[in-house]
Ligand binder design. Structure first.
Ligand SMILES: [Zn+2]
Length: 285
C-alpha cells in the first residue's frame, strides 16, 4: 500500500528544493481532491539523475519487492520553464499523482513492471562492463525505449482517469497535451539526433502512438485538425526513414493500438508488451 510520497527535483538541483515544496503546495490548493490527498508527503534531497520529461513518477516497493510502499515524483528541468502556467504545473502533478494511485491499485502489474525495470538495469550494467561503449549505450537506450512501450497503457489509463474523475480539468489537460506533442515536433531534429539510428523507427512509432492517444481523447475540431496534421508529419517521416521491410512485424501494427472510442479495458497490455519485445529484438547496427 502506498504509505508515503516523496516529491523532489531531478538532476541534483538542490536550489530547487524549496520551489518543489511550493509547487506541491500550490497543486494541493488548486486540486484539493487529488488522488494522493491522504498520503503523507516528504521532501528529500534531489534525485541524482536527469529525467527526460517534465516530471516522472516511480512507485517504490517494500523490501520483499512484492508490494507498493511509497511513491516518488521527480520534477524535470522543463517543469520550471516559464512557459508552464500554474495550471500546467498542477496538471503535471495531477498526472504523476494518478500514476502512483494506479500503481497502488494495480499492484500485481506494478510488481511485474518493477522486476522488469530491475532486469533492464542489470542488463545495462552488464553491457557497460562487458561490451564496447557504443554497444552498451545502444542497449541502454533500447531498454528505455522498450520499457516505454511496456508502460504506455498506464499513460492511457492516466488520461482516462482525468477524463472520468476530474472533468473540470479535461479541457486544460487536452490543451496542454496538444502543446506537448507540438513541442516534441518542434524539437524534432534534436530528438532524432539523440537516438541511435536502429531505434529511430520505434521512436517515431512511439510518438505516433502518443499523438493517437490525444486524438482518441480530443473532441474539439480545431485541435483535432492540428493533431491530425502532426500525425501526418510523423507518418511521412516514418515512411521516409523506415521503409516497411525494415520495420519489425509487431511494430507495423501500431495503428491499431489506440482504440476509439477509448475505454480503460480496451487497452491490451499484452499488445504493448509485444511492442516492447519487438524493440528489444532490434540489433545494434
Ligand atoms: Zn505519464
Amino acid at each position: 500500500m502506498l504509505n508515503r510520497l516523496i516529491v523532489v527535483p531531478d538532476n541534483g538541483q538542490h536550489h530547487l528544493e524549496d520551489a518543489t515544496k511550493d509547487a506541491w503546495g500550490a497543486f494541493e490548493v488548486l486540486i484539493p481532491n487529488h488522488p494522493l490527498v491522504s498520503i503523507p508527503v516528504e521532501h528529500h534531497p534531489p534525485y541524482a539523475h536527469r529525467i527526460d520529461a517534465v516530471a516522472a513518477a516511480v512507485p517504490l516497493l517494500n523490501r520483499g519487492l512484492d508490494q507498493v510502499d511509497a511513491g516518488m515524483i521527480m520534477l524535470g528541468e522543463r517543469f520550471w520553464s516559464p512557459e508552464q502556467s500554474s495550471d500546467d504545473r498542477a496538471l503535471t502533478l495531477l498526472h504523476e499523482a494518478i500514476h502512483l494511485r494506479l500503481a497502488d491499485t494495480m499492484s500485481p502489474r506494478t510488481v511485474r513492471s518493477d522486476a522488469m525495470r530491475r532486469r533492464f538495469q542489470d542488463a545495462e550494467a552488464a553491457a557497460f562492463e562487458e561490451e564496447p561503449l557504443d554497444i552498451a549505450v545502444f542497449k541502454q537506450k533500447r531498454g528505455v525505449a522498450a520499457f516505454q512501450f511496456h508502460l504506455f497503457p498506464e499513460e492511457v489509463w492516466a488520461e482516462l482517469y482525468v477524463r472520468d474523475h476530474y472533468p473540470e480539468w479535461l479541457e486544460r489537460r487536452l490543451v496542454s497535451l496538444l502543446a506537448m506533442r507540438q513541442g516534441t515536433r518542434a524539437r524534432r531534429e534534436a530528438q532524432l539526433a539523440g537516438i541511435p539510428q536502429p531505434l529511430i523507427c520505434s521512436w517515431l512509432i512511439y510518438e505516433l502512438v502518443r499523438v493517437d492517444l490525444v486524438i482518441a481523447l480530443e473532441q474539439d475540431d480545431r485541435r483535432l485538425a492540428q493533431l491530425n496534421d502532426l500525425k501526418q508529419e510523423w507518418s511521412t517521416d516514418l515512411l521516409q526513414l523506415c521503409p516497411p521491410e525494415r520495420l519489425e512485424v509487431e511494430l507495423r501494427t501500431f495503428a491499431e493500438s489506440i482504440p476509439n472510442p477509448l475505454e480503460a479495458d480496451a487497452i491490451s497490455e499484452a499488445r504493448f508488451d509485444r511492442y516492447a519485445d519487438a524493440v528489444l529484438a532490434i540489433p545494434p547496427l
